[in-house]
Ligand binder design. Structure first.
Ligand code: URA
Length: 191
């Protein structure tokens, strides 16, 4: 299945399940290798993503690309999506009812892609995939499991790449997290 077929299969075209549909320019479904071992899940599209209809194409996306390159991966090697597929106004976090409305699309994407590991970047994605509150300070760089409803997939937790745009100290932390991720991926590949 290619990216276009995923979009079709999950039935997201012209979605109006929540009010984010009222101000969007594009639904940002996701993109990448559709049978990827690695599925990366962010929070929500920003302004650039909404304009382009593609995930992580703004400044946070540049940082993400660098982090992937740091461990020898390219964007095209993985599949990239978000918890919600339409841009929230003024860069606010998605509301619970918006995440709820979008949930069926993400669940279908996880089923179709069937990754060996999911990476959650940032608190919103992490808490959603774990259905509980966690702090990134205590959990970043660790591996756990998503809840049953997200398929009990292996989940690697890290900070959002946008975080180091505001806090330079996190640059090194994110790099180290991605090195740990690379280590886990190697273990998974050898299993
Ligand atoms: N931040 C996200 O969480 N997702 C994007 O696609 C872009 C920025």
């Amino acid at each position: 299945m290619n990216n276009k077929e995923i979009r079709h299969q999950i039935g997201i075209k012209n979605c109006t399940k929540c009010s984010l549909s009222e101000n969007r320019n594009n639904i940002v479904v996701g993109e990448g290798k559709t049978n990827a071992d690695i599925l990366l899940i962010g929070e929500a599209p920003g302004k650039r993503e909404d304009e382009k209809g593609r995930p992580f194409v703004g400044r946070a996306g540049e940082t993400l690309t660098e982090l992937l390159n740091h461990i020898g991966l390219k964007r095209e090697d993985i599949y990239i999506t978000n918890i919600v597929k339409c841009k929230p106004p003024s860069n606010r976090n998605p509301k619970p009812e918006e995440m709820e409305a979008c949930e069926q699309y993400l669940k279908q994407q996880i089923e179709i892609i069937n990754p060996s590991i999911i990476i959650s970047v940032g608190k919103v994605a992490t808490q959603r995939l774990l259905s509980r509150k966690v702090t990134l300070k205590n959990h970043h760089g660790t591996i756990t499991e998503t809840t049953e409803e997200y398929g009990k997939n292996k989940l690697f937790i890290t900070y959002h790449p946008a975080a180091c745009l505001y806090n330079k100290n996190l640059e090194e932390t994110l790099k180290e997290d991605f090195e740990k991720l690379n280590y886990y991926i190697e273990i998974l590949n050898n299993q």
